[in-house]
Design a protein around this ligand. Structure first.
Ligand SMILES: Cc1cc2nc3c(=O)[nH]c(=O)nc-3n(C[C@H](O)[C@H](O)[C@H](O)COP(=O)(O)O)c2cc1C
Length: 196
């Protein structure tokens, strides 16, 4: 499904903060990393902290693709590693080539407007320009998936600060993954432990 009629709900981005995997491109090199899309009523925003490849790419191109995924491995891998080229596909937009994730359930290509650069972050309102639904997956909520997301967040904070309190939190979420997770969530948790 390809549309120019954007109701973000239809593509999985509801009010609040949606954890997506944002793909960006510099030259021919694609990049992917988990990023929150902040939605307030009909507007959406992004806050990108300095220091990431995503920050660099978005500050220079003002474009990003938010990929919706329920794959715990994609979240863990894209937080800590550079995804291999085969994970990506190209999208052409306005003469530009930009990337999305082949396995995304849906994706939305956004353009940044009303941008603000502070000493710590790039903040922008983001306007949807193109959106696509690949496939819908029916899956009951599983605490292990959300625990992988939480563990990834705490792992990025641990890497930034070295504060041991994050290791305790990661371990607590790891215990939930052991109890509730399938193979994918457990493999994702191993990637997180290995990358600490
Ligand atoms: C679930 C999740 C959400 C995140 N959201 C953001 C965000 O909104 N803004 C941000 O700057 N970093 C966010 N991060 C941290 C980045 O994903 C992390 O710094 C990543 O390593 C950046 O990768 P890159 O250098 O390839 O862009 C988030 C991490 C996770 C796990």
């Amino acid at each position: 499904m390809q549309t120019n009629d954007f109701n973000l709900d239809d593509f999985g981005i509801y009010e609040g903060i949606s954890e997506t995997i944002v793909t960006t491109t510099k030259g021919w090199t694609p990049n992917a990393a988990p990023m929150g899309i902040i939605r307030k009523k009909d507007k959406a925003f992004i806050r990108l902290f300095k220091g990431s490849t995503t920050y660099e790419n978005v500050v220079s191109s003002k474009m990003l693709v938010a990929n919706i995924s329920n794959d715990p491995l994609l979240f863990a891998l894209s937080t800590f590693t550079d995804l291999e080229d085969e994970y990506f596909q190209s999208i052409s937009f306005d003469g530009l080539t930009i990337s999305s994730l082949k396995e995304a359930q849906s994706w939305v290509l956004f353009e940044c407007v009303n941008t603000k650069l502070t000493s710590e972050a790039f903040v922008a309102e983001i306007v949807p320009k193109r959106a696509h639904i690949n496939r819908c997956i029916i899956k009951a909520a599983n605490r292990a998936f959300f625990s992988v997301i939480e563990a990834c967040v705490h792992a990025t904070r641990y890497k930034l600060t070295g504060d041991d309190k994050y290791l305790k939190l990661i371990k607590a979420y790891g215990d939930i993954v052991e109890k509730c997770g399938g193979e994918a969530e457990k493999d994702a948790m191993h990637i997180i432990y290995e990358c600490l």
